[in-house]
Write a protein that binds this ligand. Structure first.
Ligand SMILES: Cc1cc2nc3c(=O)[nH]c(=O)nc-3n(C[C@H](O)[C@H](O)[C@H](O)COP(=O)(O)O)c2cc1C
Length: 219
């Protein structure tokens, strides 16, 4: 697939079919993710690829535990009415949380903290967060792009973070690793559409914050 087609038709997929993903396809996805850049080339990523049904059901339980309060506080934030778009997002979020365990592959991504040589929660960690998290999200994004190129949908989620300890216990992950994301992965129930984004033009500055980018028509 053409790169621009892949990159512009990779929405968050929240409705999946239960069709399994072939092992060779998974391996291609992770070999591609592994090519991501990272600070000092530390390559601090570990992927736990969960295919077992009971483990996926437990991950769903933990996700739902976090989703319910998130929905009530972070999204609704005391509003009495919601826009149609927000209502739809909440419905889809509910449906996604309730059906997570049918997604055939749950990828749980961990950051190898010792490789980053910064103690978690330290002052240096707070000022260095760009280098730390910037050393793992490119690999996650590359994994998602590779999956999309192979017809497989993904959803980046960080909802498991409040349940890091339970997730690590479930998956046997040693304490030095930090839970970063859960990316459910599978063939989409409804195909891929171009996701909505605001136009980029107001966010392009021509060498100085106050100078708008002189948009051309030649692309
Ligand atoms: C860091 C990060 C964390 C996210 N966490 C969640 C999550 O926990 N649950 C979820 O359903 N979507 C999650 N998302 C997906 C976003 O809601 C999604 O990227 C955004 O709404 C744009 O969706 P679209 O690409 O389908 O338009 C997350 C995305 C990012 C980048």
């Amino acid at each position: 697939m053409d790169f621009f087609e892949v990159a512009t038709t990779m929405p968050t997929v929240r409705r999946f079919s239960d069709r399994p993903i072939e092992q060779a396809v998974l391996e291609k996805i992770f070999e591609t993710a592994n090519m991501a850049p990272s600070g000092s080339n530390a390559q601090p990523w570990e992927f736990v690829i969960v295919r077992d049904g009971a483990a996926r059901r437990e991950i769903q339980r933990l996700y739902e535990l976090a989703w319910v309060p998130y929905k009530d506080t972070a999204i609704i934030r005391g509003r009495t009415t919601l826009s149609a778009r927000a209502e739809k997002a909440l419905r889809l979020g509910d449906e996604f949380a309730a059906s997570l365990s049918i997604v055939p592959v749950h990828v749980v991504i961990f950051l190898d903290r010792p490789k980053m040589r910064v103690v978690r929660g330290s002052a240096e960690d707070l000022t260095n967060f760009g280098a730390t998290y910037g050393s793992i999200f490119p690999a996650i994004e590359l994994m998602m792009l590779a999956a999309r190129a192979l017809g497989i949908g993904t959803a980046m989620t960080t909802m498991l973070s409040p349940h890091e300890a339970e997730t690590k216990a479930l998956l046997g992950v040693p304490d030095i690793y930090q839970l970063i994301a859960l990316v459910p992965m599978g063939y989409p129930a409804e195909g891929f559409k171009r996701p909505f984004r605001k136009p980029v033009w107001p966010r392009l500055h021509d060498g100085h914050w106050d100078r708008a980018w002189p948009r051309s028509d030649k692309r």
